[in-house]
Design a protein around this ligand. Sequence first.
Ligand code: ADP
Ligand code: MG
Length: 596
Amino acid sequence: MAERRHIRELDPYVAQRIAAGEVIDRPQAIIRELLDNSIDAGATKVDIFLEDGGISLIKVIDNGTGMDREDLSICYLSHTTSKISTIDDLYAIRTLGFRGEALASMAACSKLRIVSKSEGNEAYTVSVRDGAAEGPVESGHPNGTTVEIRDLFYSIPGRRKFLKSPQAETAACRKMVVEKALMHPKIQFRFFSQDTLRLFLPENNPVGRIIDAYASQKFDPVFFTRLNEVCGNFTLDLTCSTPSLYRNDRSFIQIFVNNRRIDDFALVQAVQYGYTDYLPGGCFPYCFVSITIDPELVDFNIHPAKREVKLRIGKEIHHQIVETIKQYLYTEQRRSRGETQVSQTTLTFQGEDEPAARKTQEPSPSRWSPSASYAASVRPTYQPTVRKADEEWVSKAREIFSDEERPSYPVTEAASASDDFIYHGQVFGVFLVVEKDETLYLIDQHAAHERVIYEELKSQVAPQPLLVPIPFEVTDDVADYIENQLSAFKSQGIILEYSGGSWQLTALPNYARTLEDEIITFIQQEVGSPEEITRKLFATISCRRAVKEGDVLDDHTARDLIRKILALEVPRCPHGRPVWSEITREELYRAVKRLV
Ligand code: ADP
Ligand code: MG
């Protein structure tokens, strides 16, 4: 039995340090909070300096409104904020900060110095160390604020041990600068590490800002389009890529709500759905989604880093993202095919600084069915009439022809089954020959089966806890990768937890039950994003289970497979390869120079 201990009140400075750990876990969090403050203060220029990944020094200088003596003397205390005063204000917030905890947390876990000057006042400095403040004392500074954080976590050595290498921390900080900068292209940002300019983002338009921020990707602006929709109580601003620009992970599908980057898998998926018919499986677009929403309808106060939100109208937003993208792609495709009626579309192609957003018109379902329109536009304009076997003719033919003379064409089967296709059998040991709507399909049975299994697996990603968690070793890099991808893993049903000094696999989707080792190996080797890992798992399973080339399928199995595969919206195997090849009657006729 443990010895019973008496309860005592924590020393406020100890309590402060504990609370600080929630807001500030690494230099990146400080960058996030300081940039939020500079942006909230209306700065147009912000400089960020790091030394040793922010562990020795973080300094942010802005030209915002600054603080006067009185504000400066309390700004570093707990629960001091100029942004809200009542609980109701919390739901009307238009600023990035509101908890009044950031500077206080920094004061508790580092050596803090703030110099600030507001218009018409003198500049003052306060320094806080070990919970004790010095100042404000008069000093020199232009309008604006400088915040300096030295010796991060000197007061919480345990926390210090969790810091990564200076390079990793610098990279994380840089990422945060980019994240903030994307939503504020009118603000100039400069990011210095060890006194070297690492990132310069001059004032720009939104697309220009993306191109500057991801200079190493060498984006060409022609591949990006800005879309804007005003819908009742929210506005969507999308900067998205044409289908000719894509990548094999979701890292460039980024969601922002009221200028804060959030992790919201459902909205990332909405973007993917929008692109479904235009990108092969496993390919993902570049899409920056900025949602501006009435503060009443969103609650950021559920996550210390404000990385998650509660959206009261999440479904509507989801729907609108899908539709906006689909309509853009549909229009874009017709435009690139030279069809001129495109100009009638309800879509706006916004010029960079074109002002007012337009109201979305009621989408009419028929015009909005992209898969149908896409299919129609890639096929020849020739419209086949659906050909059904004439039962009367078949039975007459039966009577007239003797057994040998009866046409071998199995129309009777097709007519008797409720299927809308005719299955002609298998060729080359791998293709199922199918006739449907005046088109001949040669379906790759292995790829088709893989795809069908894949669809089934996809619906089973709910995590199932393991009875015994499986701990595994990781290097620093991999630990970093896991941390960054934690919520993405979660969305794939793979739950990883840090406990007892190591990472552990604690839950898995049912389908992956026998694949724990593979999953851990994939993670340890950082084979890619969690989505890629899932895709690899799916591909492994479906490839194992799927019928192979050379397998002879009985009629029933073949028909079942054909039925399922023809019902798919995107006929591609999980690796992105098409599942079938098709030839229309017209093409066949042409091939033999027969009159259509
Ligand atoms: P919050 O941002 O939640 O209000 P902070 O602890 O981040 O809390 O900041 C406390 C207050 O200090 C802010 O409300 C603001 O009035 C002031 N402040 C902080 N940083 C700046 C800055 N860069 N420029 C002007 N005022 C600032
Ligand atoms: Mg703040």
